[in-house]
Design a protein. Sequence first.
Length: 142
Amino acid sequence: MKALKMLAAAASIYVVDDAPFLTELYTKLLESSGYGVRAFTDRGAALATLKADWNKPDLLITDYRDPSMPVDQFLQQCLTVHPFLRILMVSGFRRTEVRFSHAKPDRFLEKPFTNEQLKREIKAVLQGGSRDGSLVPCPSGN
């Protein structure tokens, strides 16, 4: 638990979901765990902030489906601006139902999930190695 708090103290997270109640929920959960959070309900706004922000986030948490911008375009542009950005994809779709053309998230978490599952996934993605384009799904039952 102490290691998670230390990791959280240094980590900045962007949360992007078109459902405001989810960005609010993520923000409350993550801030209470010690993370710095910026929440967005529009991918264009998140991308503009990422481009303008001198203090780049350590992690991007985003949903697969969002009417504001296609997922591939969003991920590619985010990684162009910040090549070392870690990405956790959360979705109501199964991993086998989603496709990525170029840029891929580091990990994938299926909705619904528990607070503890989300915290474990965040810790895992933040402690992960260099980006190699492979997607690591969350093991079921974790």
